[in-house]
Design a protein around this ligand. Structure first.
Ligand SMILES: Cc1ncc(COP(=O)(O)O)c(C=O)c1O
Length: 403
């Protein structure tokens, strides 16, 4: 096994968890920490600079989404956007009905928001995916009832990278609702899809869309919720009425500025990003499947993100594998941020029908803008070696070296 010192730099392949802030976003943010620090709601010229910076960022985000600037609400990130979309719409529409439809493989920000609504009397249908992590659009539409007020289907899954056909799902859902004489709001979590897929909200047919800056080489703690004009939604956060009464709180001006720049660049560069990731991913997948006996590649073979390769390995737990990789200078993950901190199998893999004993032995490689051929080579060398050593020590493989 190679040790950390053998590498010129750490190999970071956990971009689905977070990404470094790119230089252009950092540079755009810096003036707004100290020099141009005014509160955008104040009246003097200094404040106007902040107001203009927020407006400019809103134009950048709206440009990527193909929407009006007034339909973009800045939030503290993907989690808040998902919470605001689900709970805000459910509460605004509670007199029309108390049923929601979502999928069993959503991020916990969506799943736990739905569970909170169940605690206060809403009913939620969780549509399961197939074994490749794809949710059938017809199954989602079939779950719609006269009481359904909201449907939420993520665009790309954060663990296995499977991409849903949001357009078809939204069309079928709206058709079904129209047939029932009701109307349904359609939300999609596009946090992982940003910078990889088109985010045109009209092409997708969505009313609400969640985004997060730190997945696209922007800063942490900032994101956006797209709200189509006329969509019923109650604000989750009440206060001074910022963001056109939809999200109170003094704006995170540097964060919003960095987000605007990062999202715009990620969207412009997405074709070349996808080409490069596709090439590296293909090599990693082929290399690992060839070199590791019993390795399983998860997710849909085509309908997926370019940058995620998710494997399961029989007879090992993810944690010792990740520690072995870390020891060799490679930062990867088991999948979701939550499940990487526990030995619970991922809800996504379980929903895909995977045996829990196999699900706990999972590793996600998620590529980003700085990964190189050398990184792919190192992964193909080190990961099989780590697995070989762990499999030779069954008690270590099962328990993890630190337990
Ligand atoms: C699909 C998805 N939705 C929502 C989130 C939450 O985003 P944030 O970290 O900005 O709160 C994440 C982050 O992992 C995600 O992958």
């Amino acid at each position: 096994m190679r040790l950390i010192e053998d590498h010129e730099r750490l190999i970071y392949v956990d971009h689905a968890a977070t990404t470094p802030v790119r230089a252009q976003a950092r540079e755009a943010m810096i003036p707004h920490f100290a020099e141009s620090f005014g509160n955008p709601s104040s009246l003097y010229a200094l404040a106007q600079e902040s107001r203009n910076a927020v407006d400019e960022a809103r134009e950048r985000v709206a440009g990527v989404l193909g929407c009006r600037t007034r339909e973009v609400v800045f939030t503290s990130g993907g989690t808040e956007s998902d919470n605001a979309a689900i709970k805000g719409t459910a509460h605004a529409m509670r007199k029309s009905g108390r049923h929601l439809v979502t999928t069993a493989i959503e991020h916990h920000a969506v799943i736990h928001s739905c569970e909170q609504l169940e605690d206060v009397g809403f009913d939620v249908t969780y549509v399961p995916p197939d074994a490749t992590g794809i949710v059938d659009p017809e199954a989602v539409a079939n779950a719609v009832r006269p009481q359904t007020v909201l449907v939420s289907v993520m665009l790309a899954n954060n663990e296995v990278g499977s991409v849903q056909d949001v357009r078809t799902t939204s069309d079928l859902v709206k058709e079904k609702a129209a047939g029932l004489g009701t109307s349904v709001v359609f939300h999609s979590d596009a946090v992982q899809a940003a910078g990889k897929l088109s985010l045109d909200v009209d092409e997708m047919g969505v009313d609400l869309l969640s985004l997060s800056a730190h997945k696209v080489n922007g800063p942490k703690g900032v994101g956006a919720l797209y709200v189509r004009r006329g969509t019923p939604i109650e604000p989750l956060i009440a206060g001074g009425g910022q963001e056109r009464q939809r999200r109170s709180g003094t704006e995170n001006v540097p964060g919003i500025v960095g987000f605007g720049v990062a999202l715009e660049l990620a969207n412009e560069e997405r074709h070349s990003f996808n080409d490069r990731c596709e090439r590296l991913r293909e090599q990693i997948v082929t290399g690992i499947l060839e070199r590791v006996p019993g390795a399983i590649l998860n997710g849909h073979p085509q309908q997926r993100l370019s940058n995620i390769a998710h494997f399961s390995f029989q007879g090992v737990e993810g944690e010792p594998v990740l520690l072995g990789l870390d020891f060799a200078g490679i930062s990867a993950s088991s999948g979701s941020a939550c499940s990487s901190a526990s030995l619970e199998p991922s809800h996504v893999l379980i929903a895909m029908g995977m045996d829990p004993s196999l699900a706990v032995g999972s590793v996600r490689i998620s590529l980003g803008i700085d990964n190189t051929q050398e990184d792919a080579n190192a992964i193909m060398d080190v990961l099989p070696d780590v697995l070989r050593r762990l499999r030779a020590m069954p008690s270590l493989a099962a328990r993890g070296p630190l337990s």
